[in-house]
Design a protein around this ligand. Structure first.
Ligand code: NAP
Ligand code: ZN
Length: 356
């Protein structure tokens, strides 16, 4: 397998997000015996792919192949990787490597996703030394460190499992860590790819009441069908913040616009409530928060980034056990440019999954 040809959709500059990725060959990171090569069957389209294609967060080291919701077959497994067997169905999320040292305050506690020493993203990262760059899943193949390659439980369909690897775990992790479960009322802000998983997983974790909150009124029927108990359309429901004030214990917010009505969202929290931001605006900019909103309500505001491999594993098992069914739309890998354009236009209901 040493001579596998890696091909994919190359973003070559900021304009690539405008339907201008080009299909071509690329050189994966230098092989080590810690790595796994995957023949990709499916890859979800995440909001992050758009930020990186247009260099929204920081300058992207073009050429870049995006995609970090990867499912496929392990076709080459490094000697040091014991949990993956050649031929198995496996997945990779948004992280490709961390330092994994025993004395790392993050990795040693199972917080690989917060490793401050070395965090390599599945795409758009440059490895230290001369190992090359990381390339994602809008491609034929992917090469990732085995620690970040997961076995996919049998009960899950590949196209359903793909978007769970980033979109799913990014909301599952903060829900779990902030005690989403019986007795809790939970709001999910921004019902897109991540947000629809937020509704599904908040329900699967047993929350008493789940409220979907998004701009568009026409998502109401969908969100209720997903399992939410209530829907708030911030562009349609008059005085929504006032009428729903102090009703939620926990909010997970997937919106990435710095113009979001953040003070309105915070008004929905009960006293001592918690607001977790996962949406990642270009430039990192959030709206201003009024200090008195925090003081008066004793509110906590925090953030969360993807999830550790152990959390992804836990989420996949929960999804298989409880038959969590994401709403996906399959697109052909050859049509990736059009799918990206549709994602930019907010047309996904609720996650596009590219299929090879
Ligand atoms: P998405 O599918 O496009 O969903 C975002 C949703 O936000 C949209 O469906 C939209 O629904 C809503 N929204 C509300 N106000 C908006 C506004 N002013 N502009 C645009 N959308 C608005 O994207 P996604 O894949 O869920 O990703 C969401 C964000 O999470 C992205 O920034 C992504 O990079 C980030 N992310 C973060 C992590 C992490 O580790 N923290 C991991 C993955 C992704 P309405 O139109 O109904 O309002
Ligand atoms: Zn993602």
């Amino acid at each position: 397998m040493a001579d596998t040809k890696f091909e994919g959709w190359l973003g070559k500059d900021e304009k690539s997000v405008e339907g201008k990725m080009e299909w071509g060959q690329f050189k994966p990171k230098r092989w080590t015996e810690d790595d796994v090569d995957i023949e990709i069957s499916h890859c979800g389209i995440c909001g992050s792919d758009l930020h990186v294609l247009k260099s929204g967060w920081s300058p992207t080291p073009y050429p870049c192949v995006v995609g970090h919701e990867i499912i496929g077959k392990a076709v080459r497994v490094g000697k040091n990787v014991s949990h993956i067997k050649e031929g198995s169905r496996v997945g990779v999320g948004a992280q490709a490597r961390s330092c994994l040292q025993k004395d790392c305050p993050d990795c040693s506690q199972g917080l690989e996703n917060h490793c401050h020493r070395e965090s390599i993203n599945t795409y758009g990262s440059v490895y230290p030394g001369n190992e090359g760059k990381s390339y994602g899943g809008y491609a034929t193949h992917n090469r990732t460190n085995g620690h970040f390659v997961l076995n996919i439980p049998e009960g899950l369909d590949s196209a359903d499992a793909a978007p769970m690897l980033c979109g799913g775990v990014t909301v599952f992790s903060p829900l779990k860590q902030n005690d989403c479960g019986p007795g809790k009322t939970v709001g999910i802000v921004g019902v897109g790819g991540l947000g629809h998983f937020g509704v599904l997983f908040a329900k699967a974790l047993g929350a008493d009441k789940v409220v979907g909150i998004s701009r568009k009124a026409d998502k109401k029927d969908d969100v209720l069908k997903l399992g939410a108990d209530q829907y708030i359309a911030t562009d349609g429901d008059k005085d929504w913040a006032k009428y729903n004030a102090q009703t939620l214990d926990l909010i997970v917010c997937t919106v990435s616009s710095h113009q979001m009505p953040l003070d309105g969202y915070l008004a929905l929290l009960k006293t001592k409530g918690t607001f977790i931001q996962v949406g990642a605006p270009d430039g990192g900019k959030l709206p201003e928060i009024n200090a008195f909103t925090l003081l008066a309500g004793g509110i906590k505001v925090g953030g969360s980034a993807i999830g550790s491999p152990a959390e992804i594993d836990e989420m996949l098992k929960l999804a298989a056990d409880q038959k969590v069914k994401p709403w996906i739309q399959k697109r052909k890998m050859k049509d990736a440019n059009q799918a990206v354009l549709d994602m930019v236009d907010g047309k996904a209901r609720y996650r596009y999954v590219l299929e090879n």
